[in-house]
Design a binder for this molecule. Sequence first.
Ligand SMILES: [Zn+2]
Length: 202
Amino acid sequence: MTIDENFLRLRKIVRMNGKYVMQKLFDDYVTGPITKKIIPSCILCGAEQKLTKEHVLPKWVFESNAKHFFTTDVNQLSQSYIKATIPACQSCNSFLLNGIERYIQRTLSEVDFKKRYYSPEEWGNVIRWLEIIDFKFQVLDISKKFLAHKTAGYVPAISDFSIAFMRDLSVRSVTSKARLALKRMGTKNKEKRANSLIVGEL
Ligand SMILES: [Zn+2]
């Protein structure tokens, strides 16, 4: 599959299943009863079978290093990138997302800024890829519990709330941010987004 076909397929999946996937995500982690039994499902198509662990940040970005971590702003707890995963079905993970990863990895390593910059198509695809990562981080924040605060410790009354909810303390804000991230993935044209992308070389 070419990269254009990959992104086209992604947009189709998002447009077809996005509404259902979002609603289930909100019901499971933000608006539904705390005792609700959650059935894991693919973050793109909603499938409940053949689920795999999709890394929020691709392994090659953090060089598969289990020690690399990020700190969640809301509770100041650290989490390794290697454990930051969300469910994706085998088909979405292996055939769709992996194909996009391979293309991005190749593009980022091949383009030598001393000789040329990215083509408009490559820019667009890098933005599309970053939008997928943004969406995945939002899903992670919605589906992860607050648990405890690094300094304040465990507070039973809030430990079960979603990280995303604790950040904004507003269901409306959480749902509209996630819906916007999903909408971006379903939109082809990225011209308006190109002015906010900065790329550098070390
Ligand atoms: Zn899927």
